[in-house]
Design a protein around this ligand. Structure first.
Ligand code: CP3
Length: 350
């Protein structure tokens, strides 16, 4: 296998020069792919997340199909919640829509609920994730690196407290009414995130992304009190392992400077900021992003043009990874994904 190809993504994480721009897309394994939908016809979502063989199959499929420069472990930011004591299911979506949102039958509401949560032991509680990592590495044969991931404490807490994708009111009210309960919850979720990412890395993950998708819900004061200290601890834990870390969130570009100082190697930005502005404002980190995934639902040529204008705006300075601002949406045409990947790979400065 060609070594320069396989390390393009890791080089960019470390702000080293690359032969071509690395590209991958969040949710690159998912419902927009006929091959993924075929697997899901046969197994439920959590069942899929618990099968190392199927994890490897669906993780590697988009690498073969589109030529992405990194693979991301197929799993979910909520897979550990049953081991923590929460009764998690993914509901079947409406007919024809196919998406099942998470549901937690016994959400965390009180200090006693938080105290009852158990920090998972990944080798014992989540062996299929670690076996999945090993199976993916074997299947990839070092063609591209594998990204492991965990959810950020605020984002995981939003599901644990609300009981599903029901907004943020209960969790945010907890911050103001019961700050000590909220801190105790974030503390446990931080420890859970750290043990999981450490074990994924020990099993073979070559980079780590922290999905703190809903962090944009908080104002600066709450970020500083309830999020940044925990996120810095997770960054520190990843740093000790030696693999690069990527921080992902949405709706947070007004907090880019403090986020870029949390200790992550790469910061992922959404489409709400021009990429050149992100690079200027966060000179200490590599930047990942930031095509609006909705563009992939429009005309292919428009998506390609907008992708290339981001690539040009990102500039020549090493330390840029092409990605979306959030995950690929169901219904995205696979030809558009392929066209964008090819266009980014073909890009060269004159
Ligand atoms: O990016 C990847 O390809 C890796 C796999 C991955 C999934 N979920 C698979 C998935 C990753 C990294 C996640 C993270 C995740 N899970 C996040 C953070 C990332 C983000 O998009 O903001 C969140 C908030 C979750 C929780 C979650 N999982 C929700 C709210 C849902 C239902 C909504 C939806 O998009 O379907 C899921 C289900 C889920 N996770 C699916 C996939 C492919 C769809 C399930 C299916 O096959 O029906």
């Amino acid at each position: 296998m060609a070594p320069p190809m396989s390390h393009r993504f890791l080089a960019a994480c470390r702000k080293q020069p690359v032969d071509r721009l690395p590209v991958w897309m969040m949710r690159q394994a998912g419902r927009y792919q006929p091959s993924y939908r075929a697997v899901r016809e046969k197994v439920g979502f959590l069942e899929l997340c618990r099968s190392p063989e199927l994890i490897a199959q669906v993780t590697v499929a988009p690498i073969d199909e589109f030529g992405f420069d990194a693979a991301i472990l197929f799993s979910d930011i909520l897979v550990h919640l049953p081991a923590m004591g929460l009764d998690l299911t993914f509901e079947k979506g409406e007919k024809g829509k196919g998406d099942g949102g998470p549901k937690i039958a016994n959400p965390v509401r009180t200090r006693a609920d938080v105290d009852a949560l158990r920090v998972p032991e990944p080798k014992k509680d989540l062996p299929y994730v670690l076996d999945g990592v090993r199976a993916i590495r074997t299947a990839l044969q070092d063609r591209v690196p594998l990204i492991g991931f965990v959810g950020g404490p605020f984002t995981v807490a939003s599901y644990a407290v609300e009981g599903g994708s029901q907004g943020f009111t209960r969790l945010k009210t907890m911050l103001y009414a019961e700050p000590r309960t909220a801190h105790a919850l974030f503390e446990k979720l931080t420890r859970a995130a750290i043990v999981q990412i450490e074990e994924q890395i020990a099993a073979g993950a070559q980079a780590a992304q922290i999905f703190e998708s809903w962090l944009g819900e908080l104002d600066r004061a709450d970020l500083e009190e309830f999020a940044f200290p925990y996120l810095a601890r997770i960054a520190e834990a990843v740093k000790r392992t030696g693999v690069p870390s990527i921080f992902f969130s949405t709706g947070t570009t007004s907090h880019l400077e403090p986020i870029s100082k949390l200790g992550y190697d790469v910061v992922s930005v959404d489409w709400r900021i021009p990429i050149d502005e992100a690079r200027r404002r966060a000179p200490g980190v590599a930047i990942q992003g930031n095509l609006d995934s909705t563009l992939l639902l429009g005309p292919k040529q428009v998506a390609v043009e907008r992708a290339l204008s981001i690539v040009r705006a990102a500039g020549r300075e090493p330390g840029y990874i092409f990605n979306l601002g959030h995950g690929i949406q169901p219904g995205t045409p696979t030809e558009t994904v392929k066209a964008v990947v090819d266009a980014v790979h073909a890009f060269a400065w004159k």
